[in-house]
Design a protein around this ligand. Structure first.
Ligand SMILES: Nc1ncnc2c1ncn2[C@@H]1O[C@H](COP(=O)(O)OP(=O)(O)OP(=O)(O)O)[C@@H](O)[C@H]1O
Ligand code: SF4
Length: 271
């Protein structure tokens, strides 16, 4: 049986979720953020590790930009995004002098930071740690998976948009998971239709169902479709809690249903 290591700063973290996508801009950071908020609303304590070194957008989405990361005996203390301290966040965005400056580091420096993020953040007790990764399957993904592999349960959520070109990228992402021994929690289709802010109508701007079809073809669970919702875009822009503010929206139903499926699927990854 595979060894289960639970040392150091991840000792109090009960589940780790890696969020992956084949290409950029499909909503990986959006899903990471909203999943964390949805899990929090279901009473869970959640941490977010933003490993997207070149485009750390989560501090903005959670209105935490400009906050400072402090040091303690165990390493970095993550930033708490709410007063109740139910969501904590660590991002390279907190370490840059100018948050608009691009990270142009070479591979070894990126690897070192990822390793440090995995080992040196004092998360304390967490039900879920959501890890937002850069798009694709780069060296950074290898470094992240290698650093996190000893910790279980560890699973991957794969985000796609409905179009065939994005679905093709996801196929490569699933191959990456299989090759690196990463268990797949499921596939999520984002930007799946346009949810009208005035009525419940959902219009399929692009084709629909590519994510579900791919999940079926590859034997991976399909966790749900999240529509494009202008209220969600605005909430992310303004760093507001969409899950709290729009409980009647189609995107809310989709996101909370996905969070419940994740809660249900995680223990199964141990068996
Ligand atoms: N379901 C949705 N409804 C409305 N807006 C969305 C939705 N999903 C994503 N967006 C918007 O699309 C943009 C891209 O999303 P996001 O930054 O999450 O993508 P990403 O895959 O993380 O990108 P990157 O490749 O830069 O890491 C953001 O402005 C976000 O607000
Ligand atoms: S989506 Fe259709 S029904 Fe909804 S407000 Fe727009 S036009 Fe009206």
């Amino acid at each position: 049986m595979e060894a289960v290591a639970e040392p150091g700063n991840l000792a109090g973290v009960r589940n780790i979720i890696l969020v992956l996508s084949g290409k950029g801009g499909v909503g990986k950071s959006t899903i990471s953020t909203e999943l964390a908020l949805a899990l929090r609303h279901q009473g869970k304590k959640v941490g977010i590790l933003d490993v997207d070194l070149c485009g750390p957008s989560i501090p903005h989405m959670l209105r935490a930009q400009g906050k400072a990361v402090h040091q303690c005996d165990q390493g970095w203390v993550p930033v708490f995004v709410d007063q109740e301290k139910t969501i904590s966040l660590m991002s390279v965005g907190f370490l840059l002098e100018n948050p608009d400056e691009a990270v142009v580091w070479r591979g070894p420096k990126k690897h070192a930071l990822i390793k440090q993020f995995v080992s040196d953040v004092a998360w304390g007790e967490l039900d879920y740690l959501v890890v937002d990764t850069p798009p694709g399957t780069s060296d950074e993904h290898m470094a992240t998976v290698e650093a996190l592999r000893p910790y279980r349960p560890l699973g991957a959520l794969v985000i796609t948009t409905p179009q065939a070109v994005s679905v093709g990228d996801v196929r490569r992402e699933l191959t990456f998971c299989r090759k690196t021994g990463l268990q797949i929690i499921g596939v999520i289709e984002n930007m799946s239709g346009f949810a009208c802010p005035h009525c419940a109508e959902c219009t399929n701007v692009f084709s629909r169902g590519g994510g579900e079809e791919l999940a079926q073809l590859t034997g991976v669970p399909f966790l749900g479709s999240v529509p494009l919702d202008p209220q969600l875009t605005r909430s992310l822009e303004e760093g507001r809690d969409f899950i709290q503010e729009f409980p009647k929206s189609t995107a809310y139903s989709a996101l909370t249903s996905i969070a419940q499926k994740v809660l249900h699927r995680m223990p199964a990854l141990l068996s």
